[in-house]
Design a protein around this ligand. Structure first.
Ligand SMILES: Cc1ncc(COP(=O)(O)O)c(C=O)c1O
Length: 399
């Protein structure tokens, strides 16, 4: 249904975990591959195709460089959903006759959890590990859950709702020691936190373009070559991407992902410092003005551009309704129409009322200090207004 929605002129975008605007430098890099350099990268019998193929290979190098991989270990996909499906189903289906167990975590994205559940329907055994109150995985529990029948351990690098970073190097070491593959969904981590597939012993890594200032509809999967990780492909077709992902590649989108990776490589550290400062002063402003502000998820092991904040006694849905000019979210984008409390916050042990009061605030490269100042002011006024409106019926009942 088309409902004619219009973004209010003074709206402030605070939903960078749902998606990011495409960086204008990324747009500049990709545009020539739409009109002038439109060749099919698989039709290399002429220069049109070769030019597109070269651009794809350059982008493969740029993506690989950001995670310490080799270019030929990168498979382009349509996004992290596809990468997660290919990694999890592909790896486990290949190994299933020898190892048919898989281990994941309760706070993973739906596309990871559902991919695992599909494998359960195919006869695999799944362990879904809990997290602690901070959203972190207990490494002893992980080690206890893995044995010599475990094919794959899938743990996300950064959570999309609470921004919490998992200890990938420790998880990778545990999985490797048991002979299991380690897959990480790095949709929210790529370009935001340092990633190194060798140091962190990662065998498969999912990447999404639109979380890192490239357009929607492009992503990648890192697939380790030494020791070689074998996957059963999801698609039948022309055998592109080393037979792992058939279908004509999208050079313009791939060039965009490559450019986004290169920019992130150059600017990540400075950007993280700036965003960390913005997050701290935004939160200070809220806590100075309001009682009962809770931050969910670990306070230090988190990406700087995410805050998951609850205001005691205030429903997040009511708060968002009172703030149509702030783009906030509850839960993940895919489930924000749902009134069920977020399963991620429930996994932290929050009761339903606390989980239902939490909003996700995401900011990034194009967020300014002035915007956050205005956003904090609007939010403080809305919370105070909702709280006094909530108290009024109680006071009236008492008199
Ligand atoms: C952690 C995580 N995994 C996977 C995805 C899916 O990524 P994509 O939109 O590229 O399919 C998202 C996006 O919401 C995400 O945040």
């Amino acid at each position: 249904m088309i409902n004619g929605a219009r973004v209010p002129p003074d709206a402030i975008y605070l939903d960078y975990q749902a998606t990011t605007p495409t960086d204008p430098r990324v747009v500049d890099a990709m545009m020539p591959y739409l009109v002038q350099r439109f060749g099919n990268p698989h039709s290399t019998s002429h220069a049109f195709g070769q030019e597109a193929a070269d651009a794809v290979e350059r982008a493969r190098e740029q993506v690989a460089a950001l995670i310490g991989a080799e270019a030929r270990e990168i498979v382009f996909t349509s996004g992290a959903t596809e990468s997660n499906n290919l990694a999890i189903k592909g790896a486990v289906r290949f190994l299933k006759s020898r190892r048919s167990k898989l281990v994941t975590v309760a706070t993973e994205h739906k596309c990871v959890l559902e991919s695992c559940r599909t494998l359960v329907a195919e006869g695999c055994e799944l362990t879904v590990l809990p997290v602690d109150r901070d959203g972190r995985l207990d490494l002893d529990r992980l080690a206890a859950a893995i044995d010599d029948r475990t094919a794959l351990v899938s743990v996300m690098a950064v959570n999309n709702e609470i921004g919490v970073i998992q200890d990938l190097a420790a998880i990778g070491a545990i999985a490797r020691a048991a002979g299991a593959l380690f897959h990480t969904d790095a949709a929210q981590a790529f370009g935001k936190v340092p990633l190194d597939v060798t140091a962190q012993k990662i065998d498969l890594m999912s990447i999404s373009g639109h979380k890192v200032y490239a357009p929607k509809g492009i992503g990648a999967l890192y697939v380790r070559r030494r020791p070689r990780v074998r996957l059963e492909p999801l698609f039948s077709g022309g055998g592109q991407e080393r037979g792992l992902r058939s279908g004509t590649l999208a050079p313009a989108l791939i060039v965009a992902l490559g450019a986004a990776a290169e920019i992130a490589g150059r600017e990540r550290a400075a950007e993280a410092d700036r965003l960390g400062g913005l997050a701290a002063s935004f939160l200070d402003r809220l806590t100075e003005a309001l009682e009962g502000v809770a931050v969910h998820g670990n306070r230090t092991d988190r990406i700087p551009g995410n805050l998951n904040v609850g205001f005691a006694g205030v429903s997040a849905l009511a708060l968002m309704a009172a703030l149509p000019d702030l783009a906030l979210s509850v839960g993940s984008a895919c489930t924000s129409a749902d009134v069920e409390p977020s399963y991620v916050l429930s996994a932290l042990g929050l009761d339903d009322a606390t989980a239902a009061s939490a909003v996700r605030i995401g900011f990034g490269r194009f967020t300014t200090e002035a915007e956050l100042l205005r956003a904090a002011g609007r939010m403080i006024a809305a919370v105070a207004g909702l709280r006094s409106a909530g108290l009024r019926p109680a006071l009236e009942a008492a008199t």
